[in-house]
Design a protein. Structure first.
Length: 262
């Protein structure tokens, strides 16, 4: 399971303040805390309050690269912000993200190729969020087709089914889990799957419990990666235990500790 830490995001007050004040210590502390908790990569998002995201993302990337060589996921809906971050990247990189719209794919797939980046593709289009499994699969197939036509390696593509809050879209949860399974049969080699986990509990009570329950169910459906809060120990323990039960790790009585040390 590939874990991308979600906390370096300007929508969090302390991160937004850190970006605004160019406080390297605050950003680096958050980066190292997430990596220490088990993150394999870090999401990097200036947030909606950034006054100049094009320069802010460069500052964030350079600040984080001073303390780690782990992969960074450059997170923005604006291609110009993504490209700005790519210009200063030294670490392995993931572009987060493109939609299924041809205009976005025509810009971001070539950027991913140029910078040898992995790419997250959201199953969403200008028409809005898909409402069922078939719509998600249709958009996913379009993303895969565009990547193939442009010579982008499908094994470096992560498809996101768009997880919605359970308190407003409960009827879609089963479809989302099923589509994670079916992403694997779109092409050969298959694309990987990823979710923005915190979305599932947005606005609900008992958020940590909902997050870890959905995550374990998604892992059994074949989920490859998740953007989540790695400092939630119960959540991380649930993910590790789910993979243990699926025979992805060797059991020992201290398997949680052993996993974190690997």
């Amino acid at each position: 399971m590939f874990i991308i830490g979600e906390l370096i995001n300007g929508m969090y007050t302390y991160i937004g303040k850190g970006i605004g004040q160019k406080d390297k210590v605050a950003i680096q502390k958050c980066a190292l805390q997430q990596l220490g908790a088990g993150a394999d990569a870090l999401d990097v998002n200036c947030g909606p309050a950034s006054r100049n995201a094009v320069s802010d993302i460069q500052w964030l990337v350079e600040t984080i690269q001073e303390v780690t060589d782990k992969p960074l996921a450059l997170d923005s809906s604006k291609p110009q912000v993504i490209e700005s971050g790519l210009e200063v990247i030294k670490n392995p990189v993931i572009i987060n993200s493109t939609t299924a719209d041809p205009q976005k794919l025509e810009i971001l797939v070539p950027l991913a190729k140029k910078y040898h980046a992995k790419l997250i593709g959201l199953t969403i289009s200008a028409k809005g969020i898909p409402q069922n499994k078939d719509q998600r699969l249709e958009l996913a197939a379009g993303i895969v087709a565009s990547c193939t036509e442009q010579g982008f390696p499908i094994e470096d593509l992560y498809l996101d089914p768009i997880v919605l809050p359970v308190n407003v879209a409960q009827a879609q949860m089963r479809d989302i889990l099923e589509v994670i399974r079916e992403f694997k049969i779109i092409s050969q080699p298959p694309p990987k799957s990823i979710v923005g986990l915190s979305n599932v509990s947005q606005g609900a009570c008992g958020r940590s419990l909902i997050n870890r329950t959905f995550l374990t169910m998604a892992i059994t459906s074949g989920l490859d990666a998740a953007i989540l809060d790695p400092t939630d120990k119960d959540l991380m323990d649930a993910a590790i235990s789910a993979e243990l039960i699926l025979d992805k790790h060797i059991y020992c009585d201290s398997y949680l500790e052993a996993y974190r040390k690997k």
